[in-house]
Ligand binder design. Structure first.
Ligand code: AMP
Length: 390
């Protein structure tokens, strides 16, 4: 069982908190969105309220093991201090005597933000000695960085082995949402998978198929399935080496009485370009065209299949939603998901972007903040950052 914040007692203790302060910055180093800092406030405030002294750890950007001046966390410390309305101290390294002294000197109500973890390549290498050096800055560990929980980095899976640890509110919320979908879904349970590659989603399909009632497939990954079924797919994206696997999925769905929905028509163009003239094509795509979105009949079938569902998981767009000519399928499905009133979980960077573009985020039960981490949960894996929080 993953420990929760409420399972730990913070009074008087330095609490190492792995947060995700990987905020977008402009060219002059200004924070473009402080959403990630704001989202971490409930966990930090709960620790402060419990008499703990938060020592915050984060990565920012990709410094690749070197000190990069533009990727220092000082602007984040300033913003966090404004949001908390209390001082946030900052030191220019995340390990070593200066960090240790600063953490020891913390008084009640103060926070300390240590420097960008990825200035040390030992962080991403998951180095045990580096984890030990980080752990010297606290007596307890809280992980609240869901987006990095699938990485076996020193600050994610290393520290948790050394000191008592628990999940922060953000991580807990993600785990609870996925556990509800995967372990106790209200039925009917519909999964919608899309995006570019079957290879990325096959482990998800394999894990979900026994659990769901209906599997809706869209995006480029549909064409590998359609080709396997003997349809013409023109120049659409296909992963030929996965044709046998697609065949096995189709058979498995049939034998286990699951409904597997694939496109019956498409929006096609001659080239992968926003201004390439688009046309509706039937299930068999003429040789010179590629499928870039699901067609109107498919939209109607997919939206109808969502009606009455009680649990919906959606990962991956139905077409090239970034281009106006090929976004209608994704938008229609997004609205249909929002209208179900089901327990709805959207994961993966592109489907979250599509949900935001369509303006349905407020109507969803849970929008996951971690693309890679959410995919691994859907694959049925235990995340390295979660395994250590027992
Ligand atoms: P993924 O990261 O696997 O979820 O894939 C998302 C990407 O798949 C998006 O950038 C979409 O533009 C792309 N995509 C969706 N449908 C198609 C399609 N029919 N052909 C090519 N790319 C697609």
């Amino acid at each position: 069982m993953v420990k929760k914040l409420s399972d730990l007692s913070f009074a008087g203790k330095r609490v190492l908190v792995r947060v995700d302060f990987n905020v977008p910055l402009d060219a002059s180093g200004r924070i473009l969105s402080d959403a990630r800092i704001r989202e971490s406030l409930p966990t930090i405030q709960a620790i402060l309220k419990g008499g703990g002294k938060p020592v915050l750890l984060s990565h920012l950007g990709r410094p690749k093991g070197k000190v990069v001046e533009s990727l220092r966390l000082l602007p984040v410390a300033k913003r966090l201090s404004e949001l908390l309305g209390s001082p946030v101290l900052y030191v220019k390294d995340c390990i070593g005597p200066e960090a240790e002294a600063a953490s020891q000197a913390l008084t009640k109500g103060q926070c300390l933000l240590l420097e960008n973890l990825r200035f040390h390549d030992a962080e991403e290498a998951g180095d045990a000695e580096f984890a030990k050096a980080l752990a010297k800055n606290g007596e307890i560990f809280v992980n609240d960085a869901f987006g990095a929980a699938h990485r076996a980095h020193a600050s994610i899976s290393g520290i948790g082995r050394l000191v008592p640890s628990a999940a922060g509110f953000l991580l807990q919320k993600e785990l609870d949402a996925f556990a509800r979908v995967l372990n106790e879904p209200a039925r009917p349970f519909v999964a919608i998978l899309g995006g570019a590659k079957v290879s990325d989603k096959l482990p998800v399909i394999q894990n979900l198929l026994p659990k769901i009632d209906t599997l809706i497939i869209g995006g480029a990954m549909a064409y590998t399935f359609l080709l396997q079924m003997g349809h013409k797919v023109g120049t659409s994206l296909v992963e030929k080496d996965l044709l046998p696997e697609a065949g096995r999925v189709i058979l498995q769905a049939k034998n286990s009485g699951k409904r597997l929905l694939l496109p019956v028509d498409h929006i096609c163009a001659a080239a992968f370009k926003a201004d390439s003239p688009a046309s509706v094509q039937p299930i068999d795509i003429p040789g010179s065209l590629m499928g870039l979105d699901i067609g109107p009949k498919t939209i109607a079938i997919y939206c109808d299949a969502l009606k009455g569902s009680k649990t919906v998981i959606w990962n991956g767009p139905m077409g090239v939603f970034e281009m106006d000519a090929f976004c209608k399928g994704t938008e229609a499905v997004a609205h249909a998901v929002a209208a179900t009133g089901a327990f709805t979980v959207v994961g993966g960077g592109d489907s979250v972007a599509a949900a935001e573009k369509t303006g349905i985020v407020a109507k969803l039960s849970h929008v996951s903040t971690g693309g890679g981490a959410s995919l691994e949960l859907l694959e049925g894996k235990v995340l390295p950052g979660v395994a250590v929080l027992g």
